[in-house]
Design a protein around this ligand. Structure first.
Ligand SMILES: Cc1ncc(COP(=O)(O)O)c(C=O)c1O
Length: 488
């Protein structure tokens, strides 16, 4: 063992090399064989905990033993997000360049809180986010940072919107103020729950969020938005921000951003666009229209960890109001002051969110964009949308299933609806059983939602390895699950 390792208690460097090679082999085998595992593991809550020692080891154990334990205890209890059969929620694929990026990020172990503590990490983040801006066709100037999740990105955007109100909230806060009326943010009834969470955390409360009605295609109704804002203004409520969703969680519906942006400009409201899932689609030129009007937004969130094959976690927050975002979060105590902070080329990432510490997340995104190329990424996204259209066509042509919403990008919301069964409660129960049956079978993991109150089986394409073959076997699995259940 080399001297430094012996003193630190860490692995000898040659032993590390051996284990790291072995781990690389393990990862390659796992990715090659991922379809062998049931996508949703066959475990019950508490099972993993009970299989693990309740107390930590007193003396050192070998990494070989731990890798055995990963095979024995962890793999069988893992939900395989990397499986092509993962069609639930929104996919998150750990692509090869993304995994290599994570390995290197761990090795470099940079905390890019200040430019000084991670010059390459900081500047790569600036450059990669500008690449991504160009890839989705958004104009300059747009300042971007990478956060862990869209929930954080939206929270930070709304914090900036709140502080940008002329209400001196940054200094005086909101509690105990007779002079501060209720503040409100507006999002469609289909908006993601992270908007509600942000509203609660920021002190708007649940009452401070207005869920605006949607049209027949589950898109925010801009007339209803205008009415809600006007009623609030008449009642003395202060409108703070509007959140438009480009690609809602249930059905990937797309709010009419041009009309919403127009209204926000007229009333001087902050517009935040939640494109956490669908934003990636704008990389393919034919899907660029989903971003119509988005260039007018004050802030935009897009998650590469959803549909750009980036391992968890990576959420991009862009803003046209860099100063507002910075003003909301920049607090520089003496111990974090640096000589270069005031320079025009310096970005201190800690100034743009809650966390001081910052992972080097730009590295994996850099490797992914370079490894796939823009056209390669666009081709994958295009293929996922094609697979969704194909499944949608099958649903429409099948006698036992129906669509509950138009197919949008990679998302298909459907239900089993056998002829002669029209009772809504029984249909809900039947569809729950179909979904359970498919998920227990192990080849696929689908999730559900409700569309206009009806229980919907939801299929979302987005996994890098999902192909036409999987769509065909999913159709077979759906039909096979329905036949015995419909007869009951
Ligand atoms: C439209 C939308 N916004 C936000 C989120 C939250 O994403 P995150 O898990 O990155 O916080 C989701 C999650 O699926 C989503 O669908």
């Amino acid at each position: 063992m080399d001297n430094a390792s012996a003193m630190s208690g860490d692995l000898d460097i040659e032993e590390f090399r051996r284990v790291a090679h072995q781990t690389a082999d393990w990862i390659a085998d796992y990715l090659r064989d991922v379809e062998r595992y049931p996508v949703l593991p066959r475990v019950t809550p508490g099972q993993v905990r009970r299989s693990l020692p309740a107390a930590p080891p007193v003396t050192a154990e070998s990494l070989d033993q731990m890798i055995d334990d990963i095979d024995r205890l962890i793999l069988p209890a893992t939900t395989h997000w990397n499986s092509p059969g993962f069609l639930a929620y929104f996919a998150s694929t750990g692509s090869a360049p993304g995994i290599v990026g994570e390995m290197l990020t761990a090795a470099l172990n940079v905390n890019a809180m200040l430019w000084r503590t991670g010059p390459a990490a900081t500047e790569l983040e600036v450059v990669v986010l500008d690449w991504l801006r160009q890839m989705v066709g958004l104009p300059e100037p747009l300042f971007g940072v990478i956060n862990d999740t869209a929930s954080s990105s939206t929270l930070y955007a709304l914090a900036a919107a709140r502080d940008a109100l002329a209400a001196d909230i940054h200094r005086r806060g909101m509690a105990g103020r007779d002079d501060l009326p209720r503040l409100r943010v507006y999002a469609s009834a289909e908006a993601h729950s992270s908007v509600d969470k942000a509203a609660i955390v920021l002190g708007f409360g649940k009452a401070g969020i207005c869920h605006v009605a949607t049209d027949d295609d589950l898109r925010m109704d801009p007339n209803a938005l205008r009415r809600a804002i006007e009623e609030d203004l008449a009642a003395g409520v202060i409108p703070c921000a509007v959140i438009a969703t480009v690609g809602t969680t249930s059905t990937a519906s797309i709010d009419p951003v041009p009309a919403i942006a127009e209204l926000c400009a007229e009333l001087g409201l902050w517009l935040h666009v939640d494109a956490a899932y669908a934003g990636a689609a704008a990389v393919a030129p034919e899907f660029r229209p989903i971003f119509d009007g988005v260039k007018r937004a004050d802030s935009i969130v897009v998650n590469p960890h959803k549909w750009l094959f980036t391992p968890m976690d990576c959420s991009v927050l862009w803003t046209r109001r860099r100063d507002a975002l910075r003003n909301a979060f920049a607090i520089v105590p003496e111990y974090l002051r640096t000589a270069e902070s005031a320079g025009p080329d310096t970005v201190d990432l800690m100034d743009y969110g809650v966390s001081l510490g910052r992972r080097f997340r730009a590295l994996k995104l850099w490797l992914i964009i370079r490894s796939f190329g823009v056209t390669g990424l666009a081709a994958r996204i295009r293929e996922h949308c094609r697979l969704a259209t194909e499944l949608g066509r099958w649903v429409q042509q099948s006698s036992g299933f129906e669509l509950l919403a138009p197919v949008s990008l990679g998302v298909v919301c459907m239900r089993a609806h056998p002829a002669g069964l029209d009772d809504e409660q029984r249909l809900d129960a039947l569809n729950e059983k179909v979904l359970t049956q498919i998920n227990e079978d192990g080849q696929f993991f689908l999730s559900h939602t409700r569309v206009r109150g009806r229980y919907a089986i939801r299929v979302a394409f987005g996994n890098l390895r999902t192909s036409e073959v999987h769509v065909r076997s999913l159709c077979d699995a759906l039909s096979a699950a329905l036949v015995p259940l419909a007869a009951m």
